[in-house]
Design a protein around this ligand. Structure first.
Ligand SMILES: [Zn+2]
Length: 224
């Protein structure tokens, strides 16, 4: 067996075994519910409000279609490497999760309503970025301490190549040089601090709004 393949598998097991029972349970819950699919890619949204959920799915549908029309090769990669797209509270702009082939998108990035072109640019380049992470995993290249800087640089380069091809009216200031600083800051933050921040994010932006919503009386029983 390929040595790189074995070491990749061992590495991915070591990083995921603690969370897997929780993740498997979450996956089961997701599968029990019906989620919209765009060309075979499942879209899971964490928004409580129905109209917000619909808006996010529509935005994502439009972004995927745009990539398919302007860069079919990278679109095929997205289809190959991403099975589900989750939109919800995240601490970074996006995240790729293997072995589930999930692409996680920070919903804040989808709330820019006054500039549709900028929103499309941000979303499509993010999908290209995350699919490149998937491609690295498919080639058994682990996101290790030694390699992660080079992997992020590669994903950024793919974003830029895609942007130059797919956006003829691209504003030069939209494409920035690769900067490792935000990644390094994230990597240098202790895991327990990241976990605490993530839980408070989930609590404030997902769990509490969902609970508060349950307290609202049905429309027919309101007095106004
Ligand atoms: Zn990345």
């Amino acid at each position: 067996m390929n040595r790189r393949k074995v070491s990749y598998r061992l590495w991915s097991l070591s990083t995921s075994w603690i969370g897997w029972p929780l993740r498997a349970f979450a996956e089961l819950l997701i599968r029990l519910r019906r989620h919209p699919k765009v060309d075979g890619v499942r879209i899971v949204t964490a928004a409580v409000e129905e109209d917000r959920r619909e808006r996010w799915v529509a935005t994502l549908r439009e972004a995927l279609l745009y990539i398919e029309q302007h860069d079919p090769r990278r679109y095929r990669r997205i289809k190959r490497e991403i099975r589900s797209i989750f939109i919800g509270p995240e601490m970074t702009r996006g995240k790729y999760d293997r072995p589930y082939r999930d692409c996680r998108i920070n919903y804040r990035g989808l709330e820019i309503e006054d500039h549709p072109l900028w929103l499309r640019f941000r979303l499509t380049t993010l999908l290209v970025h995350e699919a490149t992470h998937g491609s690295c995993c498919s080639r058994y290249i682990g996101y290790t301490k030694e390699l992660r800087g080079r992997i992020e640089r590669l994903c950024h380069r793919e974003e830029v190549r895609f942007a130059r091809r797919a956006f003829p009216d691209l504003q030069p200031e939209w494409i920035c040089e690769f900067d490792i600083t935000p990644y390094q800051t994230h990597w240098d933050t202790p895991k327990r601090v990241l976990r605490r921040r993530f839980w408070s994010l989930l609590k404030n932006e997902l769990i509490l709004p969902a609970l508060r919503r349950k307290e609202v009386p049905p429309a027919g029983k309101r007095e106004d």
